[in-house]
Design a binder for this molecule. Structure first.
Ligand code: AMP
Length: 141
């Protein structure tokens, strides 16, 4: 699916996943990207051409999300290395600030059902990788 509309996207966590995603999204000139990470060193992952904004702070603090203008966000993606943080920030984004599109990184795929009940969309890099490894193995390559 290709979305042509300008989107205001907040990425929580600028680690290996969030940093990569921020660089990818920033390359689409129509997107405004804000990345939040509690560790300033994480922003070194961003390309020199990254056109968005960075906020060094703990995303669990509501003031930090307000400062990131979460009330204006089209999309919030939570990509920290803590499933609980990802789900909590996703819930805050959805329930308190009414963000329309919220996606959370889920490292432990066995928790997926719980988060489905919370009506939070999740992506599990662990499960996606396992499926892809299996596909390659089954193809005998
Ligand atoms: P990685 O596991 O490489 O994808 O990195 C996860 C990133 O999430 C790291 O850069 C952490 O500093 C960041 N992180 C973890 N907890 C929080 C939090 N509460 N608020 C903001 N960033 C966080």
């Amino acid at each position: 699916m290709v979305v042509n509309k300008d989107q205001y996207i907040i990425i929580v966590g600028c680690g290996r996943l969030g940093g990569y995603l921020a660089n990818e999204l920033s390359e689409s000139s129509s997107n405004s990207v804000v990345v939040i990470d509690k560790n300033a060193d994480a922003f070194e992952r961003l390309n020199v051409s990254f056109s968005g904004f960075t906020i060094e702070a703990d995303a669990l603090e509501t003031d930090v999300l307000i400062n990131a203008k979460i009330n204006k966000a089209d999309v919030v993606v939570t990509t920290t290395n803590h499933d609980n943080v990802n789900i909590m920030v996703a819930q805050i984004a959805k329930s308190i600030f009414g963000v329309g599109h919220v996606i959370a990184r889920l490292t432990d795929p066995s928790k997926e059902k719980v988060y489905e009940e919370l009506n939070i969309e999740t992506i599990s890099p662990t499960a996606l990788s396992a499926i892809e490894f299996k596909r390659i193995i089954m193809e005998g390559r």
